[in-house]
Design a protein around this ligand. Sequence first.
Ligand code: CTP
Length: 424
Amino acid sequence: MTNKRIVLIIGGGIAAYKCLDLIRRLKERGVAVRAVLTRAAEQFVTPLSVGALSNEPVFTNLFDLNSEREIGHIRLSREADLVVVAPATADLLAKMAGGHADDLASTVLMATDKPVLVAPAMNPRMWLHPATRRNVAQLKADGITIIDPAVGEMAERGEAGPGRLPDVPDLMAAILDALDRKTNTAARIEDGRATAKAALLPLRGRRVLITSGPTHEPIDPVRYIANRSSGKQGHAIAAAAARAGAQVTLVSGPVSIPDPAGVAVIHVETAQEMLEAAQRALPADVGIFTAAVADWRVASAETQKIKKKAGSKAPALTLTENPDILKTIAAKGPQRPALIVGFAAETNDVTGYAARKLKTKNADWIVANDVSPHTGIMGGDRNRVHLVSVGGVEDWPEMSKQDVAEALIARIAEHFAAQKDAAQ
Ligand code: CTP
């Protein structure tokens, strides 16, 4: 029970002396005790003896400016794991039940967000009085734990019945139990939060590489070959993967949309640069290739601007094939991501071509879409895709590129979850 801290509020009653022994025993068990004495308690125990045993400052008055400056009542009540009131007089119970805050003890009790354990001690007639019964019922309804007083002889001669402060070992047991329960509750809440977080972040701990946008292949320093890709789909996937908790590297060709939040973005121009950046981003668990990579580049781009010459023919451009980034990274080898997702932009036989690409490029999935001009997909905000894998074809309904991104990331998370289940 180390590193636990309680605030002990000592009320005014003959049983207050038991708190001295209680503090000593709590300290022996590694529980730090900060004591607050009500004005009445000071008639029974002195702040000096309490402080000497607790080895902590003792708080006695709400308007003690020094202690307010050093540690406000809010902090006092919040820094504890548990607030214990012992002995709690009938008056203190009434104040608590009524929500009073006119001295330090009652203010701490009003300000705390920690569990409160109350050990009442009073004359049996006061304990059995309907007002006390009402107050105790109210405190229980407020979630406060009451340790019922022991039955026995009272300090007053001839008085007997319920009202004695339980003996120190019984108080200790109740306090240690409450501290333990509090720890267990906190652990349960923490566990619950972790589970919820894992559900919200299904790709936590996964590395995802995504290519996006077009590439620009230079003809000379001012001209280039390009295509109409906007990068919207790839960037949306990168953002969705980051939201799912993945560590994302996005290799982006020249686009006019902003970098997605929470993603490491590498900006490139050409296919060659995109390949090199993608290779440097390995290893990754998933590779998603949405970029519209130029299939060809000018074999030898001019280093100076090509000038028109009067009377001479238009220059002929000799093209050469660009590396296939997806195919290169999907090739068998130790660096191959476990899941490779390619995209296919087709204008006819969409799933047929996609199925062929799956094989020729060694991809695991191909997200195929119809980019015929009438669909408005290229550069637009909506998309209608088919997920092609060796398992078959899933036709997804038309949705926004944002939703396609979310759905694809959810599908990838499911894939890894299923693999994990299978491995267990
Ligand atoms: N891809 C790539 N590197 C290339 C060409 C394509 O990484 N040099 C990737 C794209 O990012 C996409 C898939 O491969 O994931 C598309 O393949 P591709 O053969 O280019 O298909 P299309 O663009 O649909 O072209 P085509 O029909 O002419 O084969």
